[in-house]
Each structure stands twice: as C-alpha cells, then as structure tokens.
Ligand binder design. Structure first.
Ligand SMILES: Cc1cc2nc3c(=O)[nH]c(=O)nc-3n(C[C@H](O)[C@H](O)[C@H](O)COP(=O)(O)O)c2cc1C
Length: 189
C-alpha cells in the first residue's frame, strides 16, 4: 500500500510540512505501507497559481494528482490562514477530478498561531473531504506554533509536545484500521 502526504503550506521551512512528514513517517514505520510520498503545494505554487483549466494542467500538477490517485492513505495538512485552510490548497483540490479521492482514507492535520482556530479541522477541512467521498480518520491533529522547535540542523521544525505526539499514535492506529478495512472490501468486491 502507499501513503501520500499533502502540505498546504506556502512556507519553507514549514511547520505544516514537518507535521505531515512526521505523520507519514510514523504511519510508514508500521510496515503497512511500502511507498511514501510528500506533495508540497508551496513547491508547485507558481504553476498551480496560473492553472485554471483542469483539462490543461502543467506536468508537475498532473504528476502530483497521479501520486494521489495511487495512494491508499492520504495525510492532508494545512496551516490556518485567516481562519481557514490555505487558498492554494483549495485551488489544488478545486482542479482535482473528484473521483480521484473517492473512497480513500485521510488523516487531517493543521497548524496555527494559537488554539483559537483548531476547529478549522472539523468545520472546514473535514466537510471539504466529505465532498470528495473520503473516509476521514475520526481523530485529527492541530498543532500550534509554540509546540514546534527548530530541528537538529537548525533549519526546519520538529514537534516538541508529548501529548500531541501521543495523539498522532492514536491517529495512526485509526488510519491503519480504516485502510485495512478498505483494502479487504476492495478484495471482496
Ligand atoms: C497569511 C497568514 C494568515 C494566518 N492566519 C491565521 C489564523 O487565522 N489563525 C491562526 O491561528 N494562525 C494564523 N496564521 C499563523 C499560521 O497558521 C501558523 O504560523 C502556521 O503554523 C504556519 O505554518 P507553516 O510554518 O507551515 O507556514 C496565519 C499565517 C499567515 C502567514
């Protein structure tokens, strides 16, 4: 099985990307996923911002959609911008054929400056993925900026909160349960 992380951040380095990579890594070490990939919408921002027609997309966007298409589990993370997910993440999903995500399992994650907008996961990101027919993992994770520290190289970020770390373990367990059920159903069908 394969796992794909999407970071909706425009920043580099990015707390959101660090969080998505952490969740993807924790899930992959369970041994259930032979392949893991990360899509950073910030990396494809110039071509994504100019793309308007879903039938005429630049190669790098089509390549990101192909990765998503082959995923059994998706980890989708966004920084909170003005009380919501980022506009670029929404544009990335607006151009995506809705059938691509249908029936997949997704873990939801977000970062923000404070706790005030933590429910963005439940009120905005979860309903957005419901539109696509995604089975979202029941527990989601929101991490505020003060729960990150600089990584060992002093360049990127790493999570520095044990409670959040334990929550990620719970999320990974739930995601494995849902993806294994999904895989069994696909075999039975
Ligand atoms: C344009 C912009 C808008 C933001 N709006 C909010 C907000 O409404 N609520 C909040 O908690 N944090 C807000 N933030 C803070 C970011 O969500 C937070 O710093 C996040 O961890 C950044 O993630 P990143 O390191 O991946 O860029 C905003 C930041 C930016 C740049």
């Amino acid at each position: 099985m394969s796992i794909v992380g999407i970071s909706g951040s425009l920043s580099s380095p990015s707390r959101t990307t660090a969080l998505v990579e952490l969740i993807v890594g924790r899930t992959a070490v369970t041994g259930a996923f032979a392949k893991k990939e990360i899509i950073n919408v910030g990396d494809i921002a110039p071509s994504l911002g100019l793309a308007l027609n879903p039938k005429q997309l630049p190669a790098e966007i089509n390549s990101a959609y192909e990765k998503l298409s082959s995923a059994d589990l998706v980890v989708i993370g966004t920084p909170v911008y003005k009380g919501s997910y980022t506009g670029l993440l929404k544009h990335f999903l607006d151009l995506l054929d809705p059938k691509v995500l249908n029936g997949k399992v997704a873990i939801l994650a977000a970062t923000g400056g404070s706790d005030h907008h933590s429910l963005v996961l439940e009120h905005q990101l979860r309903p957005l993925l419901s539109f696509f027919g995604v089975y979202t993992v029941p527990t989601s994770v929101y991490v505020k900026d003060s729960d990150f520290v600089k990584d060992e190289l002093g360049i990127g970020y790493r999570l520095d909160n044990n409670e959040v770390s334990k929550r990620i373990d719970t999320i990974v367990e739930q995601a494995l349960w849902l993806t294994s059920r999904n895989a069994l159903q696909a075999i039975a069908a």
